[in-house]
Design a protein around this ligand. Structure first.
Ligand code: MN
Length: 231
């Protein structure tokens, strides 16, 4: 096989304790999956799950321990942080029942769903797609993946994000409206999941603005945390 120009490299995420990396296929994201966040965005918290996609090359791999530089994006004056637990799919499938979802999970990572909130709000108001608010370059920082067998039970793990050392978001995965199994069940009805898919599972309340120079740290109990410097 030859190409008319060299293809972009495969996007990949390190796996803790392994030399082999996790090759990324797609990035799915769940919207409004914590009731308190749904309410802060003006919704009831009782809506069925919905999904959007970011391109795989929107990932910014934050291996730490030193902060990873993330460029402040263009076109926005209201860049928001959303700390999320990310599910890494190791075995694909269609119509996966929630009760069988665990065998499709390779592992978990800490991610931040960066959002150009002003652009998202404007597109929402006009009834237009959100892509420009969500799926921009460098919009998906992620830490290394911990394999599911080593992550323990993350069902009630705490999840948190600090900006310059001050708490902005703090909750636990027990507050997810749709848990990981249910997300996989719903998603795999709409798309065929493939090994290499990542799922950002939604953010708890406390989303807010970031400025250039901010130090963003976040974590989920049992997983390696993330540290970002906004440039
Ligand atoms: Mn999100």
């Amino acid at each position: 096989m030859s190409y008319v120009f060299p293809p972009e490299p495969v996007v990949s995420v390190p796996v803790l304790g392994r030399e082999q990396r996790f090759p990324v296929h797609r990035i799915y994201c769940v919207g409004r999956n914590y009731a308190a966040h749904a309410r802060e965005m003006g919704f009831s918290g009782r809506e069925p799950p919905f999904f959007f996609i970011k391109p795989a090359d929107a990932l910014v791999v934050a291996e730490g321990p030193r902060p990873t530089v993330v460029p402040y994006p263009s076109l926005t004056t209201d860049l928001h942080h959303e700390i999320e637990c990310v599910v890494a799919i190791g075995q694909g499938g269609r119509d996966i029942p929630a009760a069988e979802a665990a065998r499709h999970v390779f592992g978990y990572a800490v991610g931040v769903d960066l959002t150009r909130r002003d652009l998202q709000a404007s597109m929402k108001q006009q009834g237009k797609p959100w892509c420009i608010g969500k799926a921009f370059d460098h919009s998906a920082p992620i830490g290394p993946i911990t394999e599911a067998s080593l992550a323990g039970d993350i069902g009630r793990a705490s999840i948190w994000l600090q900006v310059n050392g001050s708490d902005r978001q703090r909750s636990d995965l027990g507050q997810l409206i749709w848990n990981v199994g249910e997300i996989i069940e719903h998603l795999s009805r709409a798309w065929e999941l493939k090994a290499g898919d990542l799922i950002y599972t939604g953010t708890p309340e406390g989303v807010g603005s970031l400025a250039r120079g901010d130090l963003v740290t976040g974590g989920v109990d049992g997983l390696q945390g993330i540290s970002l410097k906004m440039a």
